[in-house]
Design a protein around this ligand. Structure first.
Ligand SMILES: [Zn+2]
Length: 253
């Protein structure tokens, strides 16, 4: 069976409150995109030549699903994960940004039960939180990103992830651009995001389908392969990371 990955659209939209308690600008609800496995049909060919003898019994070869894990460990007592796929959350994909820009990823961080009055405490809750590779891959870039943080780009083979807003000043021991990483490996830590509204710490997670190459930020791009036209200011193969991350959560990783 030839198993390959394709990108399909789904329509589900989760409504939930945002952990940071900030109001998002109204944005169009783009169709969700999910990377899922599908089986290519095996059609008999006309006048197919006899199969060549082989040492491999193809019927016995099962291509294992790739190992994928959520990029944060969720066993934090008293804390829960931000509502990253809520359309009302500023940390969600497609949420409004200024000036005239929309959010190209999902912000992942931990929240407590105290609500908006304690949102300033989120920095202390999250700073330095370890981040893990969602799949096997190779580190492609580690460079300054946003408001004093860095971004780590990992090519995972059939997709690319930019792990943004991570700690500046170096990667964990043994890691550098060009290093191979395994699913679940500690690859970075949440950084110190120094914004006008205060200090924050989170993982800004961006997903690409790996159908393009070159820099992930593209301020002039207006067309996208998998998401509606909007001012993401990103490479054309940007994908909606919400269903990808939700699937990892639902799989219990
Ligand atoms: Zn973000």
């Amino acid at each position: 069976m030839d198993v390959r990955h394709v990108i399909v659209a789904t329509a589900a939209m989760t409504q939930a409150t945002c952990g940071r308690g900030e109001s998002a600008l109204p944005v169009a609800s783009p169709p969700h995109l999910a990377i899922v496995a599908s089986a290519a049909p095996e059609l008999p060919s006309i006048e197919a030549p006899p199969a060549a003898p082989t040492d491999i019994d193809s019927a016995s070869v099962v291509e294992a699903a790739p190992t994928r894990v959520f990029p944060l460990h969720l066993d934090r007592p008293g804390l829960s994960l931000s509502h990253f796929d809520s359309s009302t959350c500023t940390g969600s994909f497609g949420a409004g940004r200024s000036p005239g820009r929309v959010h190209a990823g999902c912000d992942l961080y931990f929240i407590n039960d105290d609500g908006d009055a304690y949102k300033d405490a989120y920095y202390a809750l999250n700073k330095g939180t370890p981040i893990y590779a969602v799949a096997d891959g190779t580190i492609e870039d580690y460079a300054p990103f946003y408001a004093g943080t860095f971004a780590l780009v990992v090519n995972h083979g059939d997709f690319v992830v930019r792990y943004g807003e991570v700690k500046s000043g170096g990667l964990p021991d043994g890691l550098a651009v060009g290093t191979a990483v395994k699913a679940g490996q500690h690859i970075a830590d949440m950084g110190d995001l120094q914004m006008a509204t205060g200090r924050w710490a989170m993982l800004h997670f961006e997903l690409y389908s790996a159908e393009r190459s070159g820099p992930l930020s593209d301020f002039s791009n207006r067309t996208y392969l998998h998401v509606p036209v909007a001012s993401y200011q990103r490479r054309a193969d940007l994908a909606d990371c919400r269903p990808f991350l939700r699937a990892l959560l639902e799989a219990g990783h």
